[in-house]
Design a protein around this ligand. Structure first.
Ligand SMILES: Cc1cc2nc3c(=O)[nH]c(=O)nc-3n(C[C@H](O)[C@H](O)[C@H](O)COP(=O)(O)OP(=O)(O)OC[C@H]3O[C@@H](n4cnc5c(N)ncnc54)[C@H](O)[C@@H]3O)c2cc1C
Length: 398
């Protein structure tokens, strides 16, 4: 088969690798440049299906992440007031590490054809009853072209235009909070902060939300002590129609962003205000903010899709294009790997697309409900009934 994968982030790469291993010719079309892709990357959780896919297809034994520990809730004095185990096996890494492993594997073996092209913006995707045609424009030259495929994988993310084409009015909805994020290399922190934050996952309630910290390898994949980095993410409730929201999402050149103001584009006055808020945190968190050189901010949005299979099974929605979650379980990348592994079973004749779609929908519904429950607990300290077996309310909760 000839397969076109729209979107060259993690879902696109998982699917491209699986399809290539099954002997298909795979063409990945990605709209962003390599530089732009890297400007939004921070830490992420690679769940159990990511590990399974890497074991099965890449067979690399080199560790690429750090095992997720208990999430410990601390107060402003750094005293642990509660903790809960991760929802599933976790492996804390970065988008860039995973992206580099996957992309070099996809392009590294010359068994069948795989191409990966950046700065190719996909427009229309049409079906004539036999083949699917994918129209795209080369962003650098402005030249448009069409590729015909037996199968199209729509891995074009949470704001998927392909999903909008097959499920109209399905754009993601703002959930009422934003996340500020950054990374700090280990050597930049003082000894006290380093030893406090190392190999632990912390959460501290802060103004209008909470902040998380975790420890991951360096972006070139080093796990050596002293070469790793700390990631932080500060979730803050913010009215989408407020002046603050508008200011936060307007970048240094005056451009208003819908979802993310990328690294290097945040207005200095916006970041100074956030750093001032950081002074009220406990010292290690305050230092993380102080030492962050390239923060970025994203509006959290969510969206479920009732279907993942279209055009007689020749167009599949995967990853965030299929279901976009709040980030509290860190399951988005796992969802993508789970769908890619499931597609391999379909193509090998061990399952079918009806079962694949059902499993995708069930996973997404369950993950969204669970993630929302964890999110509620993180913001308030109150534990929703659905997760009361895993977590007890914070003592300070009244
Ligand atoms: C650059 C980048 C960095 C990220 N960093 C993090 C992180 O640090 N932590 C984290 O938890 N999550 C991160 N994510 C999100 C994470 O990758 C996803 O939540 C999850 O892995 C599922 O990935 P996805 O491939 O389905 O969606 P996405 O990762 O959103 O990828 C969608 C891809 O499709 C491309 N695309 C969209 N429309 C078109 C089009 N019309 N034509 C061609 N290409 C198109 C986008 O440029 C993007 O590369 C990042 C995503 C990106 C794109």
């Amino acid at each position: 088969m000839t397969v076109v994968v729209v979107g060259g982030s993690l879902s696109g790469l998982f699917h491209a690798i699986v399809l290539k291993h099954l002997g298909h010719n795979v063409h990945v079309l990605e709209k962003s440049s390599q530089t732009l892709l890297e400007s939004q990357a921070a830490g992420l959780n690679a769940g159990p299906d990511v590990q399974k896919l890497i074991d099965l297809y890449i067979k690399s034994e080199t560790p690429y992440g750090m095992p997720g520990a208990l999430v410990e809730i601390v107060d402003r004095e750094g005293v642990v007031i509660n903790s809960f185990p991760p929802n599933a096996t976790t492996n804390l890494t970065t988008w860039r590490i995973l992206y580099n492993i996957l992309k070099s594997h996809l392009l590294g073996e010359a068994t069948t054809l795989a191409t990966y092209e950046t700065e190719k913006l996909v427009g229309e995707v049409n079906y004539d009853g036999e083949m699917v045609s994918v129209s795209y424009t080369d962003i650098k030259t402005g030249v448009s072209d069409v590729r015909h495929a037996d199968l199209v994988i729509a891995a074009d993310g949470g704001h998927s235009s392909i999903r909008e084409g097959v499920i109209p009015d399905s754009s993601p909805e703002y959930v009422g909070y934003v996340t500020w994020r950054g990374a700090v290399p280990e050597p930049l922190l003082c000894e006290a902060s380093r030893s406090f934050l190392s190999n632990r996952v912390f959460m501290l309630r802060a103004e209008h939300g909470f902040i998380l910290s975790y420890h991951v390898p360096s972006d070139n994949g080093s796990l050596k002590p002293g070469e790793c980095q700390f990631i932080w993410a500060w979730y803050e409730k913010l009215d989408e129609h407020s002046d603050d929201f508008n200011e936060n999402f307007t970048d240094i050149s005056g451009k208003r962003h819908f979802t993310t103001v990328p690294r290097g584009k945040m207005q200095p006055k916006v970041w100074e205000k956030r750093q001032e808020c950081g002074n009220s945190l406990n010292p290690p968190f305050a230092e993380l903010l102080e030492k962050t050189s390239d923060p970025f901010v994203s509006a959290i949005r969510e969206r479920q899709s009732p279907k993942s299979v279209f055009y007689d099974g020749k167009l599949l929605l995967v990853g965030d294009a299929f279901a976009l979650f709040r980030p509290h379980l860190g399951s988005s990348t796992n969802q993508a790997a789970m769908q890619a592994l499931g597609l391999a079973e379909v193509l090998e004749g061990r399952s079918d697309l009806v079962a694949w779609e059902r499993k995708s929908v069930e996973y997404a519904m369950k993950t969204a409900a669970l993630g929302n429950a964890y999110g509620e607990y993180c913001f308030t300290g109150k534990v929703p009934d659905s997760i009361s077996a895993a977590i007890r309310p914070d003592e300070s909760y009244t």
